[in-house]
Design a protein around this ligand. Structure first.
Ligand code: NAG
Ligand code: NAG
Ligand code: NAG
Length: 339
């Protein structure tokens, strides 16, 4: 009499435990949250067929607004400047990763044709308090940004950014000291300087960073010794893209200094065999820019070797944690499900 009861109880308890496990937080978001402006192509009544039209429909006030995008490929450039907190959700059957994303924004515009890097961005975020969830963003131009990120308290979650040179520009907000940016469980693909910027303090957590050709992953370029720009890439996988057409073994560097004050750390990352044993490289022979760089590593696994003399191995992560990079209030605006 008691045995089956306890057995049933045990099974139920096990099921509940499994559901609460952090390994099992897969969740889908395939219908619009209440109040969201909807994007679908073709659009039904009350929906917008382009993302920019949906963005333009939002009032430019301090209210919080949400956009939900139904599955599809949207061929357009999207620029967001409204003042209030804004969140964009792409439809997905698995919010915990970018691997099931069903929404892609794609455009082809090079920086030369656009006039500058920022103007080439397929997605241009020129505002604070912005979040993007589960959207793929692509620029098929040659030196061409998928994302141009100018804001503070901006977070990118379960999203994927595809380009070749200069894929992600993590830069600043309304001023150069207004620039905290978070990338959680994202995919970033490129070949040359494909995570770059001048003023951002950007933290990349549990990303996959994939090279498509030989080159350098990061190019940070603070404009003075007092510019505290810093990129930290933590607990991420550094690998070769499946789109690469040749072996990249030893042909990719973690960073090169756009200016002599570049500050970049890779912590607790898995470095694939594509990473050159020197780890880091000079900007150019004529302008090495290595005088004041902070190029640091802590707890990485994978590609080892004798590192460049201007880089360092840290003995702790002090100064490089999310709270150090983004400030003590970071948990108030970073979605902790992607930490
Ligand atoms: C919204 O207002 C801000 C601040 O005034 C301005 O910079 C931005 O261009 C405006 N955006 C739109 C879409 O009107
Ligand atoms: C928006 O961001 C600013 C920083 O620019 C911050 O002071 C403000 O509290 C944020 N507003 C909301 C509603 O999150
Ligand atoms: C990196 O992420 C792991 C969890 O994924 C965390 O335990 C560790 O403290 C993080 N390191 C830094 C420097 O933030």
């Amino acid at each position: 009499m008691f045995a089956p009861f306890f057995l049933l109880f045990g099974v139920l308890a096990a099921l509940l435990t499994t559901q609460a496990s952090p390994l099992d937080k897969r969740a889908s978001r395939t219908t619009p949250p209440a109040g969201a402006v909807q994007v679908k192509n073709p659009a039904a009544s009350g929906q917008f067929s382009t993302i920019q039209a949906a963005v333009n429909s939002l009032p430019n006030d301090s209210s919080a607004r949400t956009i939900f995008i139904f599955p599809g490929t949207y061929s357009e450039q999207v620029s967001i400047t409204r003042v209030g907190p804004t969140t964009i959700f792409g439809s997905t059957t698995d919010t915990t990763s970018y691997t099931s994303n069903s929404v892609t924004i794609t455009h082809s515009l090079s920086a030369t044709a656009a006039g500058n890097d920022d103007l080439s961005g397929t997605l241009r975020v020129h505002k604070d308090n912005f979040s993007l969830y589960n959207v793929n963003v692509r620029n098929t131009g040659s030196q061409a940004l998928a994302l141009s990120s100018y804001g503070t308290n901006v977070g990118y979650y379960g999203s994927a950014f595809f380009g070749f040179q200069d894929t992600v520009l993590a830069n600043q907000g309304a001023s150069q000291t207004h620039r905290n940016q978070f990338f959680g469980v994202c995919y970033i693909e490129g070949a040359v300087d494909f995570i770059f910027g001048q003023h951002a303090r950007a933290f990349f957590q549990r990303n996959v960073i994939a090279s498509v050709a030989a080159g350098t992953i990061t190019a940070d370029g603070p404009t003075s010794a007092t510019d505290a720009s810093l990129f930290v890439i933590n607990d991420s996988t550094i690998t070769t893209s499946t789109a690469a057409t040749a072996s990249l073994t030893g042909q990719v560097f973690l960073g090169r200094p756009w200016t002599q004050w570049a500050k970049v750390a890779f912590t607790s990352c898995n470095l694939g065999a594509l990473i050159n044993s020197a780890g880091w490289e000079i900007w150019s022979t004529a302008t090495p820019n290595t005088a004041d760089v902070t190029f640091a590593e802590f707890g990485n696994t994978g590609a080892a070797g004798t590192r460049a003399s201007f880089s360092e191995k840290l003995s702790s992560t002090a100064g490089f944690t999310a709270a150090d990079v983004l400030g003590s209030t970071w948990t108030s605006w970073v979605d902790q499900a992607y930490v």
